[in-house]
Design a protein around this ligand. Sequence first.
Ligand code: MG
Ligand code: MG
Ligand code: MG
Length: 259
Amino acid sequence: MDENIKMLAQKTADGVARKVKKSYVTDFYRFGNTVGLGADGTATKFVDKLAEDVALNIINKSKVKVNVLSEEAGFIDKGGKYTFVLDPLDGTRNAYRGIPFYSVSIGVGKKRISDVEYGIVKNIPTGDVYTAEKGFGAFLNGKHFCVPEVPDKELLSSLALGKNSDKVTLKFAKRDKVRSLGSSSLELCMVAIGGLDYFIVGKEYLRVIDIAASTLILRQAGGFVTNISGEDFDMPFNLEERTSVVAACNMDLIKKIIF
Ligand code: MG
Ligand code: MG
Ligand code: MG
């Protein structure tokens, strides 16, 4: 992929992270204010708008021509060959509750998740950057990494619990060690580095913007992502379609979860 496109994605992620961190100091108590309705049909919070405005500003000013599909603004056609599938802030609730686990996520592809060629997820509070390019592996802060070959002896999962849980997920809520971390882009990256052994979202509620980048990152690290039926899912670049997700370092573990 064109270096300029990758650099623009990195610059965009850095710009969003810098702005959100800075605003955390001055505007934290406004982060959770509802300021509108996103193109995806969910509420836009102050911090979502702040993050998206910075991202779109950087992309608009750039000479590199890319389209954008973003949570709040929807699809912006610039006649580019590639589209930035952008979640300006993934883990909004964590951000406005002061729970330090949220990201900016950008997947770069043409039409669907399976053709995403580059992905970047930046953990805003820690500054950790996960990237992957199709065919070239996955990187944490520029250092190549792979999923662990075998899961930890004491399995640790992150599960979508509460009103977003389902039967399969609830079964696993009583097993192993469990977290429910609330930012799917980062949860997939955590599976990629072996921080989590598996991650389940049983209900179909994840959108392509949430997982376009991190699906590539996990797959490039050697891990697996399917839907709750165990199918390798694919999704077109739109805000309507939703999916469930099961992610793990190997297929055996996914099969154990599903069957
Ligand atoms: Mg939203
Ligand atoms: Mg978001
Ligand atoms: Mg999100």
